[in-house]
Structures are given as structure tokens and as C-alpha cells.
Design a protein around this ligand. Structure first.
Ligand SMILES: Cc1cc2nc3c(=O)[nH]c(=O)nc-3n(C[C@H](O)[C@H](O)[C@H](O)COP(=O)(O)OP(=O)(O)OC[C@H]3O[C@@H](n4cnc5c(N)ncnc54)[C@H](O)[C@@H]3O)c2cc1C
Ligand code: FES
Length: 258
């Protein structure tokens, strides 16, 4: 982990409110684990005070470039969308524990399920799995066609299905509806998206082997402030917790109370 003033080398809008930003820096050499995140200081002044957590979406180790995708939603991400090519970007990372790659063997099948802005970290994960000769199936859920992104990129790596709630692209419904209906066979499930989606996957699909990447509001991003704690599942004491930023954001199924 390091803090660095990186350089923006590419920045464009790729869907409704969704931006793709690539920066260059020495820290990229450390980004070898998919599912880790970066803590980005947006403003040059005091506000916004807190860094914003954004997942690593893709890494080019040779060029020392990292790509992130984000949705311009609140104050911080709107300010981020104003960065131009050549601007400096203050990045802390890579942070957290990502998706374990050694839990799936060569020749096995991985089912990757992404929801909305939870889709980005699955792209780097999928690339890493394909490198290990794992077969990948992607199911990507969006609200509507205008919100969808990176569908072609995922198709280059493996079988890809898209679901939208309004039916404007792909299958109409939730990712869980699609999987229950089509029933793709898989060995390990990996998912990132809104907590209700992860909860539905856990309850409705009941996978044997699964890893979930969780989102929580963050302060420090490095395990020091307790802003991101979550309750542990089936904890009789009610006092056990995990920090999403440093124990996660990726956890095996059944560890965190969704
Ligand atoms: C591990 C992790 C990875 C993430 N990866 C991505 C990604 O790749 N792309 C993307 O668009 N978004 C991602 N998010 C969510 C993103 O961090 C928030 O949407 C963003 O912080 C909102 O900032 P804002 O200033 O635009 O919104 P505001 O609502 O103005 O933010 C106010 C405060 O709330 C915090 N906050 C708000 N929503 C969240 C949230 N969901 N999670 C954590 N903190 C939040 C902000 O950090 C800030 O401190 C990720 C979150 C986590 C925890
Ligand atoms: S954000 Fe500070 S402990 Fe997790």
C-alpha cells in the first residue's frame, strides 16, 4: 500500500452517469489481487475531507496504468468527473483483501454476478481467472439499458448475460431470476453489488462455494476508525464484527450478516 499523486491518462463517460478513468503511477505494480480497492482524495482543498473508496477495475502492469469505473452520484464523484487528462489524482492503495484466486482449480467454472456499480471489480477478477484457465460465466445486472457498461469487454472473456429491471437490455428481471431460470452450472460463485442483491443470492441460490464483495461507508479505509464495521452472521454474543476496509471487502459466504 502506498499514497501517490498519480497522473490521469484517460477519462470519459461510458454510460449514464458512469465514467471510466485511467491513471498512471508506480503503485500500479502492487495491484495484483482482484477485488482490492483504492481510496481517492478528490479535492485539492479541504473539502471533500474524506477519501472515496473505488474498486480496481483493470490493471496494465507493463504500462503502470489502472482503470476505475465510477458512478457520478454525490459530491465527491461529481468533482472526480471534472478531472482532465494530465491532472494529478491522489490515490491511496491498493487496500483490503480481494477475491481469493486459489479457491478454484484450472478447468473449473466460475460464476461472476455483478450488480450496477458492483460490476467493475469483477472485470479484473475475470481476467485473472481466465489467465488461470478457469471458465467464466458473467451475469451482469443493471437498472436499464442506459446504465449498462463493459458488456462487450466481459463478452471477450467468457459467456455473458445481461439483465435489466425494465427489460430494455437482455433478460428482464433480477440477476437471481435469470440464474434460477437458466440454471448455469458452476463451481464457485463471486459477486459484487448492492447488499440486497448479495442477500438474495445467498438465500435464493444457496451456493456451496461463494465470495461476496461488500460496500460500506468508509472513513480511513485502513482499519483505524471503525466507520465500516459489519456484524458477523450467527454470532450469539452480538459483539463480533468485521471491518469491511481491512478484513474485506471480500468475504466468504456466511461470514457477514447481509
Ligand atoms: C470497497 C468499495 C468499493 C467501491 N467501488 C466503487 C466503484 O468501483 N465505483 C463506484 O462508483 N463506487 C464504488 N463504491 C461506492 C463509492 O465509494 C461511493 O459511491 C462514493 O464514495 C460516493 O461518494 P460521493 O461523494 O459521490 O457521494 P456522497 O453521498 O456525497 O458521499 C458522502 C460520504 O459517504 C461515503 N459513501 C457514500 N456512499 C458510499 C458507499 N456506497 N460506500 C462507501 N462510502 C460511501 C463517501 O465516501 C463520503 O464519505 C465503492 C465502495 C466501497 C466501500
Ligand atoms: S474505514 Fe476506517 S476502519 Fe474501515
Amino acid at each position: 500500500m502506498r499514497k501517490e499523486l498519480t497522473k490521469v491518462v484517460h477519462h470519459e463517460q461510458i454510460a449514464d452517469k458512469i465514467y471510466e478513468l485511467t491513471f498512471e503511477g508506480e503503485m500500479v505494480a502492487e495491484m495484483v489481487d482482484p477485488g482490492q480497492f483504492l481510496h481517492i482524495r478528490i479535492g485539492d482543498q479541504y473539502m471533500p475531507l474524506l477519501r472515496r473508496p473505488i474498486s480496481i477495475c483493470d490493471v496494465d502492469l507493463e504500462r503502470k496504468q489502472c482503470t476505475i469505473l465510477y458512478r457520478a452520484e454525490g459530491e465527491g464523484t461529481h468533482l472526480l468527473s471534472q478531472k482532465r487528462k494530465g491532472d494529478r489524482l491522489d490515490v491511496l492503495g491498493p487496500l483490503g483483501k480481494g477475491f481469493p484466486l486459489d479457491t478454484i482449480d484450472e478447468g473449473e467454472t466460475a460464476l461472476l454476478i455483478g450488480g450496477g456499480i458492483g460490476v467493475p471489480p469483477l472485470y479484473y477478477l475475470s481476467k485473472k481467472l481466465v489467465e488461470r484457465n478457469v471458465r467464466v460465466i458473467h451475469v451482469l445486472g443493471f437498472g436499464s439499458k442506459k446504465d449498462a457498461f463493459y458488456v462487450d469487454a466481459f463478452e471477450q472473456l467468457g459467456t455473458t448475460a445481461v439483465t435489466t429491471i425494465d427489460g430494455t437490455l437482455g433478460y428482464q428481471g433480477f440477476v437471481t431470476d435469470y440464474i434460477k431460470q437458466k440454471g448455469p452450472a458452476y463451481d464457485v460463485l463471486y459477486s459484487c453489488g448492492p447488499t440486497p442483491m448479495l442477500k438474495a443470492i445467498e438465500e435464493q441460490l444457496n451456493p456451496d462455494r461463494a465470495y461476496f464483495s461488500l460496500e460500506e461507508r468508509m472513513g480511513c479505509g485502513i482499519g483505524a476508525c471503525f466507520a465500516c464495521v459489519c456484524s458477523v452472521k450467527d454470532d450469539p454474543s452480538g459483539h463480533e464484527y468485521r471491518k469491511i476496509c481491512s478484513d474485506g471487502p471480500v468475504f466468504p459466504q456466511g461470514v457477514i450478516q447481509l
